[in-house]
Ligand binder design. Structure first.
Ligand SMILES: *Cc1c(COP(=O)(O)O)cnc(C)c1O
Length: 458
């Protein structure tokens, strides 16, 4: 029986001849042959296992093509974000504008002054590029940029307090998605965590008591993704800076998601305000509410920045030229508030008032009313609550507007079908309704959004 089945497995050459030509155009023959062999090996294994798999040439061919498609179809693709979460970590956080890319293209397709000083004709430093603008817009003495904020935290801890104790409030021992947990980062940086206070309350005297011979640093972490409410107390960063100054111990704040300019009337962690408190160092992410590329921005006292620059870890955390070019371009926009609000889509989406979102929904509805009515769902334009995301204002939403799709035959299927659309649409499912928040939907995607709704409805 098994022998009979094994004999029925199609031949490699026969399959190779029938692979559609577009695969040969885009793939080395070797890769195609490997996919054929892998499929045939799998079939042999299943037969030996007592199974009775599909063995027709057609069937095997389509399985091989599915393997090849996994190689040729892109996996990192654009999507329509209809969740209303602006800095959505899973959907790529901050968005860059076309304008920014145009500005940067020239630098990226040419040799550049990445580490070259035009004045002296000698080797320069990649770290000078963003520094002046960052210092200017934040009010800090000096700046340094690394791969991401997690790298910034590690570099700072390792430079300021390796082998020493770092005093942190128990209310701030955060875990930020994935694997970033303050106690683990502390250990990996070679520092000893000294927890003070309790989960809900930390007082000045807790810090005072904890400071001793072994203390290397006082650290404050922005509690990005949670909020302790009720009977709480924490020591504000200004007071912490004073304690540090009085005791001769440096103070560092991991701000997480910092902004430069006020956005609407939202309470967001302000970088310049923290700088004004006189901290030694501050770090935050470049791709959260700052609205630029993935990077970790470090600002503060020049003496400390200089020490970071000679830490060998910096080489492992260094930024690449593409990121640096895009950051420089964003920083240029930042020199003028209205430019950055206009041209950095993430900031634009955060600052937009509800009325503006509502008008966008009305334009969408006016344009596609008939097509919407022809769909199997009932649609209602309504108030929704969007989120800044990226751990900037945990627990607080911002008033937004969008569509509720109700009486769906299978809401879960509808939501899944939206994801299967050629430009996948990510929507929220709640209480049997699908919600589309228009705060995060670009107007240029309106037509595709409508097509996607029809696709999911079919
Ligand atoms: C997001 C965040 C980080 C990690 O920053 P990445 O840029 O994702 O590496 C660290 N600390 C805080 C407080 C954060 O909010």
């Amino acid at each position: 029986m098994k022998v009979e089945l094994l004999k029925k497995i199609p031949q490699v050459d026969a399959l190779m001849k029938r692979i559609p030509p577009e695969y040969y155009e885009n793939l080395e023959n070797e890769y195609i042959k490997r996919a054929v062999r892998a499929e045939l090996d799998e079939l042999r294994g299943r037969i030996l296992n007592g199974e009775n798999p599909e063995l027709s040439e057609e069937g095997v061919l389509s399985a091989v093509c599915a393997r090849l498609a996994r190689l040729t179809v892109d996996s990192l693709v654009p999507v329509i974000n209809a969740t209303g979460i602006i800095v959505h970590t899973n959907l790529g956080r901050a968005i860059l504008s076309e304008e920014l890319l145009d500005h940067t293209r020239e630098v990226l397709t040419n040799y550049s002054t990445l580490e070259f000083d035009l004045e002296t004709g000698k080797r320069g430093s990649r770290y000078v590029h963003a520094e002046k603008r960052l210092a200017e817009i934040t009010g800090a003495e000096a700046a340094l940029v690394v791969n991401n904020n997690a790298a910034a935290v590690m570099l700072i801890l390792n430079t300021m307090a390796a082998g020493k104790e770092v005093v942190v409030s128990r209310g701030e021992l955060v875990e930020i998605g994935g694997s970033f947990r303050v106690p683990d980062v502390m250990a990996a940086s070679g520092c000893i965590l000294k927890e003070v206070g309790t989960t809900n309350k930390t007082h000045v005297f807790d810090y005072e008591k904890a400071i001793g011979e072994q203390t290397g640093l006082l650290m404050k972490t922005h509690t990005s993704n949670y909020k302790i409410v009720g009977f709480t107390e924490s020591v504000d960063i200004g007071t912490l800076a004073e304690i540090g100054k009085a005791r001769g111990i440096p103070v560092y704040e991991d701000l997480g998601s910092g902004t430069i300019y006020p956005l609407g009337n939202l309470e967001l962690p302000s970088v310049p305000e923290s700088v004004a408190k006189g901290l030694d160092l501050i770090s935050f992410s470049g791709d959260k509410v700052f609205g630029s590329v993935q990077c970790g921005i470090i600002i503060g006292k020049k003496a400390w920045i200089d020490r970071l620059k000679v830490n060998p870890l910096l080489r492992a955390f260094r930024m690449d030229k593409y990121t640096l070019a895009l950051l420089e371009a964003t920083l240029k926009l930042y020199l003028k508030r209205e430019h950055v609000l206009e041209s950095a889509p993430t900031l634009h989406m955060i600052a937009m008032d509800q009325e503006t979102v509502k008008q966008a929904v009305e334009r969408f509805v006016d344009r596609y009313r008939e097509r919407l009515n022809d769909c199997g769902f009932v649609w209602t334009a309504m108030d929704l609550t969007a989120e800044i995301g990226g751990g900037s204002t945990p627990g607080e939403g911002i008033p937004s507007f969008g569509l509720e799709l109700s009486t769906l035959k299978s809401p879960a299927r509808f939501q899944r079908r939206l994801r299967q659309f050629e430009k996948p649409i990510i929507a929220t499912l709640s209480k049997d309704c699908v919600y589309l928040d228009f705060r995060t939907v670009f107007e240029r995607d309106f037509q595709r959004l409508m097509e996607g709704l029809e696709f999911a409805d079919a």
